[in-house]
Ligand binder design. Structure first.
Ligand code: BES
Ligand code: ZN
Ligand code: ZN
Length: 489
């Protein structure tokens, strides 16, 4: 979808529908168009049928003008209108237009609107996605329709914001596509190909890949253990983006890339395994972020790391009760093969900390089902050892609407990880506070002095049902959060 702009309504081109935002009790947008043959009918309808409540829609035909239809979108009261009100409302407009097969939109944003433009662009874009690759019959019967162009009328100087959102959305949609695809088509080697392809497309990205042999040389015992049951080799994918070569500052993003999580020999039951192709959503978010960074040429240095492996079952699979040596040196008793995400991440942390000099390190992972129990499907739980980093992430969350909620890193959570036979074990024997125990495990692999945050997207990476502005299935969560965050470091 393309965004266009014109500063006044006189210069707009034809479109299938004219969208007029309507704040409860304010008729500015409508009034601005009242000479175009719509005023009397619309205004009288308005008084009767339309209150302008949040996400309320009213459509009408217009006899004159450049658009044959008018769509009023309610935004609630102006004083209560915030970013997510706008995202929800404009996503609703996208949904509505796609259902009606209207693909070109003119949208008036009154000059009086002094709020942010980004959530409006975001709302239009977020809902303009459906994953069609795996459809056959239904696709010929009912092909998905996408908005093609949205022309914003009445705002000046928003070209930069439009360009950056368009780059961001390319990243978000790449992430969604990777997560939604079949697990068997998105193996470690497929993620490697995606990364290599990105490095080819964007010379600012340098790609380093470690496969089985190199990982063995690196003694990444935990990552290798997790992948033992799988047919495919695991991979550590590193994309280095040097947007500011003069600076030594380096943000490291590390994504869990379990391409399928059966649970391993601690096999997941029916009802828990069906969505596990999405267990690489963290890794996919890192790839999406790197793409958007490179295409928007942000002047920051970022290392994007994806730890790709499959947690499969079979005679070669790693066994509960056995002990493996991590790259960092600690021995780890496997108390549960289903707590595999923390194992692969721990080895990746160690590799990154020894080979680079991270100014800050953020991992993103579908680490626990417990985070869904705690926060629901739309919220990411985050843990951090740094107040400054937490603050910056929360601010980015407020700007992008990707909800974050801070969870505790109390040292007491380490108690459940004590092992009688090894230095540490990978999970406690009960499920109490599992997201916090998972974070406590990861924390023990973070070197002192490195600001670190862990984002548990076990709930927010994938939605079983569409919400106001997320389509069902992969959300692409993390990408916009990272990009907005990176602008501020
Ligand atoms: N990939 C899962 C977490 C998950 C579950 C994400 C459901 C999204 C939806 C992870 O590897 C896992 O299985 N975690 C276990 C940890 C436990 C064994 C300590 C969990 O959450 O049950
Ligand atoms: Zn698992
Ligand atoms: Zn997992």
């Amino acid at each position: 979808m393309k965004f266009l702009t014109v500063s006044s309504k006189e210069t707009r081109k034809k479109a299938e529908v004219l969208v007029l935002p309507y704040w409860q009790g304010e008729k500015k947008a409508v009034a601005a168009f009242s000479k175009e043959g719509i005023s009397t009918e619309i205004l009288s309808l308005l008084e009767k049928d339309f209150k302008g409540e949040s996400c309320e829609i009213l459509t009408s035909y217009s006899a004159e003008g450049l658009e044959k239809r008018i769509l009023l979108i309610g935004l609630g009261s102006l004083s209560e209108c915030e970013g997510n009100t706008l995202r929800k409302a404009f996503a609703k407009v996208t949904d509505f237009c796609r259902k009606k097969k209207w693909v070109t939109v003119n949208c008036f944003i009154p000059q009086e609107w002094e709020g942010e433009i980004l959530p409006i662009l975001d709302g239009f874009s977020m809902a303009n996605y459906t994953f069609d690759k795996l459809k056959r019959e239904s696709l010929t019967r009912k092909p998905s329709i996408f908005l093609e162009s949205v022309c914003l009328i009445g705002q000046k100087n928003i070209k930069k914001q439009i360009a950056s959102l368009e780059h961001w959305m390319e990243g978000v949609n790449l992430t969604r596509n990777l997560v939604n695809d079949n697990a068997d088509d998105m193996r470690a080697k497929d993620l490697v190909e995606v990364a290599k392809h990105l490095a080819k497309e964007f010379p600012s990205l340098e790609c380093t890949i470690l496969r089985q042999k190199e990982l063995e040389k690196e003694k990444m015992g935990l990552l290798l253990a997790v992948n033992r049951g799988a047919e495919q080799e695991p991979a550590l994918i590193v994309l280095h983006y040097r947007g500011n070569p003069k600076s030594n500052d380096l943000t490291v993003l590390i994504g869990k890339g379990i391409t399928f999580d059966t649970g391993g020999l601690n096999l997941k039951p029916t009802g828990s395994m069906e969505t596990m192709k999405t267990d690489m959503a963290g890794g996919a978010a890192v790839l999406g972020t790197m793409r958007a960074l490179a295409s928007s040429s942000l002047e920051k240095n970022v290392l994007g790391v994806v730890v790709a492996a499959e947690n499969a079952v079979g005679s070669k699979a790693f066994k509960p009760g056995d002990v493996f040596i991590s790259r960092e040196g600690k021995s780890v008793e496997i108390s549960n093969t289903d707590a595999e995400g923390r194992l692969v991440l721990a080895d990746a942390f160690s590799y990154v900390q020894d080979n680079y000099n991270p100014s800050r390190m953020i991992d993103i992972a579908t680490l626990t089902g417990g985070i869904v129990v705690a926060l629901g499907e739309e919220v990411t739980g985050f843990f951090s050892n740094s107040e400054g980093l937490s603050k910056q992430l929360l601010e980015a969350s407020a700007r992008t609407g990707e909800k974050l909620w801070q969870m505790p890193l109390f040292p007491e959570y380490r108690k459940g990880l004590q092992s009688g036979i090894a230095d540490i074990r990978n999970a406690s024997t009960n499920r109490k506070a599992s997201p916090c125990v998972g974070a406590a495990f990861l924390h023990q692999f973070v070197k002192k002095g490195i600001p670190w945050a862990h984002l548990d997207i076990g709930g927010s990476g994938y939605l079983s049902e569409a919400t106001s502005y997320y389509p069902s299935h992969a959300t692409g969560i993390g990408v916009k959060l990272f990009l907005s965050f990176l602008e501020t470091v």
